[in-house]
Design a protein around this ligand. Structure first.
Ligand code: TYD
Ligand code: MG
Length: 499
């Protein structure tokens, strides 16, 4: 709060034009604008300077100023001015007819789900992801499916040669006849071919390799990326074609060319996954034509990406039931419930300081739960090594998995397996109490669908449907009660092994 207050104050001061410094800077910019045809804009805060500087005087970012063309030189995309299809005249909202143009089904059901039913003609989508996650593979699959359905499709590659694309297509299976591949990075030349082909779908792989003549800076710079995207976007809107721009993600996880593209496009898709695991997630972080709650699930195999209709079955397929230290939790990915396996292994510590290693769950959260379990139940963990893992390379970011992790840890420590027909979900507070989680109804229903007969849930019902004879709900008040449940619900022969 305190920091926010200070920041607000300083921003307010910065906006006041009355200071003589501000006036001088404004005059300098106006003077430069009169003479020059380009200006330098900070890619971090957007502040404009008449000349290049190593450090932005407004936000203090280093090496963030990029040259940009002035006013009339920018394209007529959505960046500014009256774009294509816009009249500039006010119209009563009630008289505007909603656009009834049908969506283009991509043929990839998981992608269509994330897009909200398919691609919208005239829209621009951005597909971001780390190198090697499978962006080009997904792109080629979609192009292939659309071409098979008889639509004219243009695949523009600025990174790979046309031969490499052909090799990938061979790997994916059938090579569709109607798919045009173009190895090009000059946007003006792409636009010329676009006119000649009149495609319904254009794919640009990747936007960071594109450059246009009107901007002098190198390909991949903020100005080039923004201007190229604006030109392609304007063309898409004018021709009614759907465009997907593939974009690289930086190490920090943001799309290169800081956020400039996200404002420009209609849909921002993120493709996530671990290179060591086959499982991939597709999410929308922005969608002007649908929800951002949906998640698409794929597996990467020898012949490309395959949709996963039932992710829970995928994650549970390798589960070894009956061994201690494993608990199933229904997590939510958007509005989609998925059952995943949380594993824990407690071992005697050989060194003075016990070791704690977590994969798939945040270290801090696991440490907190270990401390709660140690203090609020009779499970002693202080001098033990603890290893936590989420099977399948999944990363859990929600606190709904707390109860399941506590149970997995207690199960490993006490050497008592959790019954294979039980799942658990609930947030755990510092007092050891089990708290409510969002959309418990969806989670419990998914567990019941996959044959789980018992779900450990928070004591406050919330939006949970009533317990049925097929799937019983076991209310758990706190971690101590969860451990007591574990002791009583494990078969008696396992109890004998208890340490
Ligand atoms: P790619 O789509 O080129 O990733 P990106 O464009 O995001 O950089 O390919 C990603 C990885 O997927 C690559 O290491 C090879 C692998 N792959 C498969 O496992 N199976 C396949 O059928 C294909 C085409 C690629
Ligand atoms: Mg690629």
């Amino acid at each position: 709060m305190y920091k926010g207050g200070v920041r607000l104050g300083s921003e307010a001061r910065a906006c006041q034009p009355s200071s003589s410094e501000g006036l001088t800077a404004q005059r300098a910019i106006l003077g430069a604008m009169a003479k020059r045809r380009s200006i330098y804009a900070c890619s971090e805060c957007g502040a404009q300077q008449p000349r290049w500087l190593g450090r932005c005087p407004d936000c203090g970012a280093w090496d963030s100023l990029v040259e940009e063309p002035l006013g009339g030189k920018t394209s007529d995309g959505t960046l500014g001015g009256v774009g294509p299809g816009l009249s500039g005249e006010p119209t009563p909202l009630s008289e505007i007819k909603p656009d009834a143009s049908p969506r283009i089904q991509t043929g990839e059901p998981e992608l269509d789900r994330v897009l909200g039913g398919g691609l919208v003609p005239g829209s621009v989508s951005l597909l971001g992801g780390e190198p090697g996650v499978g962006k080009s593979t997904l792109a080629l699959q979609v192009c292939g499916r659309l071409a098979e359905s008889g639509r004219p499709v243009l695949y523009v590659t600025g990174e790979e040669s046309a031969e490499q694309i052909r090799l990938r297509a061979d790997r994916l299976g059938k090579v569709p006849g109607g798919l045009q591949v173009m190895s090009e990075t000059q946007v003006e030349r792409i636009l010329a071919q676009w006119d000649a082909l009149g495609p319904d779908f254009v794919l640009i792989d990747s936007i960071q390799t594109m450059r246009c003549e009107r901007v002098e800076s190198a390909a991949g710079s903020v100005a080039q990326v923004r201007e190229s995207a604006a030109l392609l976007s304007a063309k898409a809107k004018a021709q009614g074609a759907a465009v997907v721009l593939v974009g690289h993600v930086t190490k920090e996880g943001s799309l290169a060319g800081p956020r400039v593209l996200e404002h420009l496009v209609d849909v921002v898709l993120g493709f996530e996954g671990d290179r060591d695991h086959a499982f991939r997630l597709l999410r929308a972080s922005k969608n002007r034509f649908g929800s951002t709650q949906e998640v698409g699930v794929f597996t990467m195999g020898a012949s490309g990406l395959a949709p996963v209709g039932n992710p829970s079955e995928l994650f549970l397929s390798e589960r070894s039931s009956g061994s201690p230290g494993s608990c199933i939790v229904p997590v939510l990915e958007g509005t989609r419930p998925m059952l995943v396996e949380v594993q824990a292994l407690i071992a005697s510590s050989t060194y003075g300081v016990p070791r704690r290693t977590c994969m798939g769950i945040e270290d801090g959260r696991a440490a907190l739960l270990l401390a709660v379990l140690d203090r609020r139940s009779d499970v002693d963990l202080l001098s033990r090594d603890v290893y936590v893992n989420v099977a399948g390379g999944v990363r859990i970011g929600e606190t709904a998995a707390d109860l399941a992790l506590c149970l997995a840890i207690a199960s490993s420590r006490l050497d008592l397996p959790i019954p294979s027909d039980a799942a658990a979900c609930g947030e755990v507070g510092l007092g050891g109490e089990v708290r409510r989680v969002a959309r418990l109804d969806l989670r419990v229903a998914e567990a019941a669908r996959l044959g789980f007969r018992r779900v450990l849930v928070p004591p406050i019902a919330g939006d949970r449907p009533p317990s049925s004879h097929e799937c019983e709900h076991v209310p758990i008040k706190n971690v101590s009660e969860a451990v007591a449940w574990l002791r009583t619900s494990t078969p008696s022969h396992a109890n004998e092994n208890r340490r």
